[in-house]
Write a protein that binds this ligand. Structure first.
Ligand code: ZN
Length: 471
């Protein structure tokens, strides 16, 4: 005990020397090595894989948001300013008196409102079945894709411009990701893991088997070669992140992380107790949920800059309601809601960077944004200022996605994911329920709280052939 206590204190001292926000930029060496071959000014796909693309000129009128107070997630204090969007990028943040925009610009009046970066939820499952859904639709890729589209629209309406989806049915999460990236559906950006990778009988595959415990959701694989192969398969299908879950051997988790990093992807883990130690020793990038972990693991996480996505509110609710995990083979520990919150406080005290995720499952997306606001309030209860909680929701989450250079703050050159809130969420988190306007990828999807889908413009016939004399 004394030894681990010493290590814990040493980690706290080491972590204190590094600003918490900066730590989230830490990248595995392999990811940095891969990026070194791409010109930082080159246009690339807007996901962690960063495929070089041909540059295209911005078209359409500029979008100007004026009159509001801007919380840019760089400073902790909002200030009067004007945000100018050109194409899908923020071109400028102007002082209030400046009118430096094109004459045909569209103006949005944000007087009395707060303009801020779009919200990011780092832990969703938008394709999970709803309760009472017909059994044959629960693990259907088609039904999962439709559920996901419905749930993503709810998220978008309340200011979420990115979600990280950490397990779903078949390839539905990847389909939603690519359709959203092309703006073919109104949805936040979807950074999809696709499926959980776990050992046979591991978390999310345990008995009693339900459709969402079946092979279309979690991939049970055994042996380091099989774990490596499953990471490659997720990459092939379009993964932006790899999600693993206990249980696994040291060899298996090392193989998965090594392969993911070579491919340019981060790895996150739903793990607890001894599996957290194995994942941390293998170089995992972040850990989901508070769940029991050793003080030595917390100290190592701080030292190695391994982040956490605590998903506090859902576990607080679950543990308050049920009193613990019972009858679970992958959650073989006892824990109370107080113990859960204590884990959060220990991680914060150690200087571990933490992101905001709700662990929303299926129809729970109907609760958006209430569960998200509750999560932010738990962060404040655990010692964050309101402004720092909003930064966790935006710029820190963007960095944890490996998208900190493109998303998460209002700065020139960043992707135009911008929301307008009727209130002051940097002073009162409840105001986040009053999102008026949502711009994602430069497109004004939500105007005055309503989804706006421009009418499809018919393409001309390839070879006009109607009789010229018929009117
Ligand atoms: Zn989850």
């Amino acid at each position: 005990m004394a030894e681990s206590g010493l290590a814990f204190c040493a980690a706290m001292a080491a972590a204190a020397a590094i600003p918490a926000i900066a730590q989230a930029d830490a990248q595995p060496a392999a990811l940095q090595d891969r990026r070194a071959y791409i010109d930082p000014d080159a246009r690339t796909s807007d996901d962690p894989v960063r495929i070089p693309l041909r540059t295209t000129a911005a078209n359409g009128p500029e979008l100007v948001i004026r009159g509001g107070r801007v919380f840019d997630a760089v400073d902790n204090v909002a200030r009067p300013a004007t945000v100018v969007i050109s194409g899908n990028r923020i071109r400028a943040i102007l002082p209030p008196h400046s009118v430096d925009w094109s004459s045909d610009a569209q103006i949005i009046d944000a007087t009395g409102k707060t303009v801020m970066p779009g919200l990011i939820d780092l832990h969703t499952h938008v394709t999970y079945p709803d309760r009472n859904e017909p059994i044959d639709e629960q693990d259907s890729e088609g039904a999962g894709t439709l559920r996901g589209q419905r749930n993503l629209r709810h998220f978008l309406e309340y200011g979420f411009t990115s979600v990280r989806d950490l397990n779903g049915v078949s390839n539905a999460p990847f389909l939603l990701s690519s359709w959203s990236a092309a703006n073919a559906i109104p949805a936040p950006r979807v950074f999809a893991a696709g499926w959980i990778i776990t050992g046979t009988g591991g978390h999310a595959t345990e008995r009693p088997i339900t459709p969402s415990h079946g092979p279309k959701f979690a991939k049970e694989v055994d042996g380091p070669d099989a774990w490596r192969a499953m990471v490659r398969k997720a990459f092939k299908e379009g993964a932006s992140v790899i999600k693993i879950a206990s249980h696994f051997s040291a060899d298996e988790v090392r193989a998965a992380i090594d392969e993911a990093h070579l491919l340019g992807l981060k790895v996150t883990c739903d793990c607890e107790t001894i599996y957290t130690d194995l994942a941390v020793d293998a170089g995992i990038d972040m850990i989901e949920h508070p769940l029991p972990k050793s003080e030595a693991a917390i100290a190592k996480m701080a030292r190695a800059r391994i982040a956490a996505v605590p998903t506090l509110q859902v576990y607080q609710n679950l543990l308050d309601r049920a009193g613990g995990f019972y009858g679970s083979t992958s959650r073989r520990f006892t824990m109370t809601s107080q113990g859960n919150f204590d884990q959060f406080k220990k991680m914060k005290a150690a200087g571990i960077v933490m992101g905001i995720g709700t662990d929303t499952i299926g129809e729970a997306s109907m609760m958006a944004p209430n569960s998200y606001i509750a999560e932010l309030k738990w962060f404040v209860r655990g010692g964050y200022s309101t402004a720092d909680a909003l930064k966790a929701a935006t710029i820190v989450n963007a960095r944890l996605l490996d998208m900190g250079d493109k998303l998460g703050s209002l700065e020139p050159g960043k992707l135009a994911d911008v929301i307008i809130v009727d209130g002051r969420p940097d002073e009162n988190l409840d105001d986040l329920a009053r999102v008026n306007d949502v711009i994602k990828d430069g497109i004004h999807y939500i105007a005055d709280g309503q989804l706006v889908v421009p009418r499809h413009m018919p393409l001309p016939l390839v070879k006009p052939s109607p009789p010229a004399d018929v009117k």
